[in-house]
Design a protein around this ligand. Structure first.
Ligand code: MHO
Length: 267
């Protein structure tokens, strides 16, 4: 249940600076594991025969949501149990080949592959309604619109019912969320994928991420959420075995997951 309570903080944009200021005093007394020497990880990978788990072979279902800046959404869902792969991209419009600079009438969205035996579409929607960065009940530019793009008739039915429920709960505010059929999805540029994980440069290179894997990797999906403080250390410890991390990578992640727990997401 814990992960469904995660909320974007109201002043999420300021969180980063606050955190940086705080760390000036904190880091003096805490030894921070670093991954500067990649060869340690490489040796561990070789000697212990461990490699990053990029692919999890279970039947997946897909959901597509727009809920503000896609960096935050990707971290939120990435650390959620049952979510196996996330990709940020542009969808919901009709213009051809959108890019971040030329998005046309598209919206920033997150594509989520999940294991429906662990988490339901309805559970994903509960997270959706409770974690909008902005724009759920206020008009906002198309880039950050609140959007549910359904993949089949069942998702359409569940989404519409849950929107009605949410509307009743929030009245007199009016929900602006659009529900439409998922047509084209254009993956965003590599630098937008797993944005928070890419901030940990050495860790990211130790996972052998190339542009394709940045869109599809299981371990990258998970770490991009946990390192941003979503999910918390206990849940991280319960899931870390599935990721294929060496002792050094694991120690590094433990440190940062603990430091960032509950920090809130920002864009
Ligand atoms: N504040 C961020 C938003 C990025 S986002 C992917 C920026 O302007 O770079 O929309």
């Amino acid at each position: 249940m814990h992960q469904f309570c995660f909320q974007f903080p109201k002043q999420h944009i300021k969180t980063k600076n606050k955190k940086e200021n705080m760390s000036l005093t904190i880091t003096q007394s805490v030894s921070q594991p670093e991954l500067k020497d990649l060869s340690t990880v490489r040796n561990e990978q070789k000697e212990l025969n461990i490699s990053p788990v990029h692919d999890v072979n279970v039947t997946k279902a897909t959901a597509t949501f727009g809920m503000g800046c896609f960096w935050g959404a990707e971290s939120l869902y990435g650390a959620t149990r049952g979510v196996l792969r996330t990709t940020v991209g542009y969808a919901g419009g009709s213009s051809d080949l959108p890019t971040y600079r030329k998005m046309g009438d598209h919206t920033e969205v997150l594509e989520i592959d999940y294991d429906p035996s662990v988490i339901s579409f309805k559970d994903l929607l509960d997270l959706f309604w409770n974690n909008h960065e902005y724009g759920l009940t206020t008009p906002i530019k198309r880039q950050y619109a609140s959007l549910i793009l359904y993949h089949d008739e069942e998702q359409k039915r569940v989404a519409e019912a849950s929107k009605l429920e949410e509307q009743e709960r929030r009245a007199p505010e009016v929900i602006t969320t659009e529900i439409a059929s998922k047509e084209n999805f254009y993956a965003a540029e590599a630098y937008h994928q797993k944005y928070r994980l890419q901030g940990h440069k050495d860790l990211a290179s130790s996972l052998n991420l190339n542009p394709k894997l940045l869109q599809t990797s299981y371990v990258a999906t998970k770490l991009n959420g946990y390192l941003a403080g979503v999910g918390g250390i206990e849940q991280f410890k319960a899931e870390v075995e599935t990721m294929g991390l060496t002792p050094t990578q694991r120690q590094y992640c433990n440190y940062h997951v603990e430091q960032n727990e509950g920090q809130g997401l920002y864009c």
